[in-house]
Design a protein around this ligand. Structure first.
Ligand code: SF4
Ligand code: SF4
Length: 656
């Protein structure tokens, strides 16, 4: 009789909690499903690997050891403790019911004891981090909700230990009690007598009800990510990180063409899933150069703003209402334009949210539909479109940096080159950046390579226009360049500019351009390794600035360091490698006024703090930005491209 009543009572509370969970979960599912197609179905092996490494292995969280460990303890604890939920539900119906086999295994209850303690330590540490350490990254997060969730988790593990202890005290534990030292110790504190039976019932029901409250509350809180984050990681990017998803303007169904995100109705389902997967951990905000320098953009608040809009307006949109603009509304114009597309947020995010794609899609709508963008960048967009370079200079002058150098300018009909040097607009036209092109060409000739350039036929890759949101202009540039490269039968390209490197290597394949693309630091390192260039090491100290589009977006980390190790004494900056800090030029910011304090000055101060005498760079935009930053901050650091430093380190007699 008692068993039937208990089963009925359990069914009622489960139905109640299940209904609350299912109603909200169904709404979230319908909201995500309303998104536009995102094409995230292929690459199953890569997705499975990401799931294993990022979700199960918690790899991204371990980028910060202490908070990573805290989260991992709680997460792994829940994985191990999962079967105990079913055991508790069965036990609540009848204390003699349990899962066959596993419910009698001492080693399993030993693990449960261990992980209850570890989860409790994790929860306590999380509380201490929030209440005592108070990291700035939590600014703007829903901390009250997080406290409630942590409290519920603590209650789940303590009632579980209490339940196991009361079973040991009653002598009805299904496993040898020696396996559970913690539950056993708690049991020894329980006095014998009739209350033990009541206590066992209280603990199991308290435990079960806490789990059900947790379940019902979960989808209504920011901890919705517990249900969505694994999916978001599964559907995350599997292609090159620096690649933006192209817009298809030539769809047969014109109404299906996307022009970025103007309202909820334009967002893809992956972008919607992103927003409901945010844990509000603030890791993205912590590394964002825009936020660090007092600008309006916080990638965390951007995603939260889009999520709030989705949850507030989404149900009405599902019912047929007109969606309202995302900018301004969910986010402000300043937020959209502050981004330098450095990707630090994406690299840091533990649940694979794609902030850059969201921001560029917001820009695309503003630029292509509303013609709304910072006035100062209008000239750049026009010049890329009309002059094929963002400086608006004559194409005829493109190769003038090479005057007097043994560099072959490819004419139509010339034989295909083994290697094409793609110079890029900055190194072609800017006086300070030209030194990089000249040094690179000299070094390649010195190493015996036949250096060919396209000269006036090389056009801007379209990168600044694309990062601004002008996908039309970008695609026009891409198609023209792919045609030119195809006519010249180019198969291998070396480039000095990480933006060109990223666009040619990761984005042009979407437009039919498939080439082997190497960065000049990679090729030069290879030539030094092969003994074709023999630099003489100096005594000078050199700190190296990783360009975002080289290190973070494209994993080129070792080659520049290998070269610096051959020509001087390296000193690392506090933020380096994939966790580098932007120079401030990315995302077309080279052509925008900067609000707040200057990103390049912050980076220049960091470089100066190493005590190095030279700041080495591997990007013409970084050269210009950091050279300015160094001057503005009054530092006496010398800023120079690695190619320039390498050329200077060659014995005088050997130079070309
Ligand atoms: S890409 Fe860089 S600047 Fe843009 S939001 Fe992310 S961290 Fe901030
Ligand atoms: S976007 Fe990612 S890193 Fe940023 S707060 Fe959300 S979960 Fe954390």
């Amino acid at each position: 009789m008692t068993t039937i009543l208990s089963a009925l009572a359990l069914l009622v509370v489960m139905a109640l909690a299940g209904r609350l969970f299912a109603r909200r979960a169904r709404l979230v599912y319908r909201l995500v499903r309303m998104g536009k197609p995102a094409g995230r179905t292929g690459d199953l092996a890569r997705r499975a690997r990401n799931e294993a490494v990022v979700v199960l292995g918690q790899r991204k969280l371990f980028q910060r050891l202490v908070p990573g460990l805290v989260h991992a303890l709680i997460f792994w604890g829940f994985v191990v403790l999962f079967p105990t939920i079913l055991m508790a539900f069965l036990g609540a119906i009848d204390r003699d019911l349990t899962i066959p086999w596993l419910g009698h295994q001492g080693w399993f209850f030993g693990l449960v004891d261990l992980f209850c303690v570890l989860v409790a330590i994790g929860v306590l540490s999380a509380f201490l981090i929030r209440k005592v350490q108070r990291p700035a990254r939590f600014e703007g997060s829903h901390l009250g909700e997080a406290d409630l969730i942590l409290g519920l988790i603590a209650l789940i593990v303590t009632t579980l230990v209490g339940w196991h202890a009361s079973r040991i005290a009653l002598g009805i534990a299904e496993w040898p009690e020696a396996w559970s030292p913690v539950s056993n110790a708690v049991a020894s504190l329980m006095e014998p007598g009739d209350w033990l039976e009541v206590r066992e019932r209280i603990f199991v029901w308290w435990h079960v009800l806490t789990i059900l409250v947790f379940l019902a509350y979960l989808p209504h809180s920011k901890h919705l990510h517990i249900a969505t984050a694994g999916l978001n990681v599964w559907f995350g990017r599997t292609r090159a990180r620096g690649r933006l998803e192209p817009l298809d303007f030539e769809l047969e169904d014109e109404s299906a063409v996307r022009f970025g995100s103007g309202t909820l109705a334009d967002m893809t389902w992956k972008q919607m899933l992103d927003t409901v997967s945010c844990t509000e951990c603030g890791r993205c905000q912590d590394v964002c150069p825009a936020w660090a320098t007092g600008k309006a953009l916080s990638p965390k608040l951007l995603i939260m703003g889009l999520r709030d809009r989705l949850l507030a307006e989404g149900p009405a949109v599902l019912a047929g209402a007109e969606p309202s603009p995302l900018v301004p509304g969910a986010v402000t114009d300043e937020v959209v334009w502050d981004c330098v597309t450095c990707g630090a947020c994406v690299h840091e995010c533990p649940v694979s949210i794609e902030h850059v794609d969201q921001i560029v899609d917001l820009r695309r709508h503003l630029v292509m539909v509303e013609s709304r963008f910072p006035a100062e960048s209008a000239t750049m967009l026009r010049d890329v479109d009309r002059a094929s370079n963002p400086w608006g200079k004559a194409q005829a002058e493109r190769a003038s940096w090479a005057d007097g150098l043994p560099v072959r300018v490819l004419e139509p009909g010339d034989p295909a080159p083994d290697l094409l040097y793609w110079v890029g607009c900055a190194a072609s036209y800017d006086e300070r950046a030209r030194a990089t092109a000249q040094a690179t060409a000299r070094l390649l000739v010195e190493a015996g390579l036949d250096v060919a350039i396209l000269g006036p036929r090389e056009g801007c890759t379209g990168d600044p226009a694309r990062r601004m949101g002008d996908e039309y202009t970008f695609q026009a540039q891409a198609r023209q360049n792919v045609e030119t490269l195809g006519d010249a039968q180019v198969t291998k390209i070396v480039t000095s500019c990480p933006h060109c490197f990223n666009t040619l290597g990761s984005e042009y394949p979407d437009f039919g351009g498939d080439y082997e693309v190497v960065h000049h630091t990679e090729l030069l390192a290879e030539l030094v390794r092969e003994g074709k260039l023999e630099p003489v090491a100096g005594e000078g100290t050199i700190t190296y600035h990783d360009s975002c589009y080289l290190a973070r977006h494209n994993d080129v980390l070792a080659a520049p360091r290998e070269l610096i190790g051959r020509i001087g004494r390296p000193l690392e900056m506090a933020r380096s490698g994939k966790r580098t800090f932007c120079c401030g030029a990315g995302g077309a910011h080279m052509w925008m006024e900067e609000r707040g304090s200057a990103i390049n000055e912050e980076r220049a101060r960091e470089a100066t703090a190493t005590g190095a005498s030279t700041l080495a760079v591997a990007c013409p935009f970084c050269t210009l930005m950091l050279d300015d930053g160094v001057k503005q901050t009054g530092s006496d650091l010398r800023v120079a491209d690695i190619a320039v430093l390498l050329a200077e380190a060659l014995p005088e007699s050997g130079r070309a």
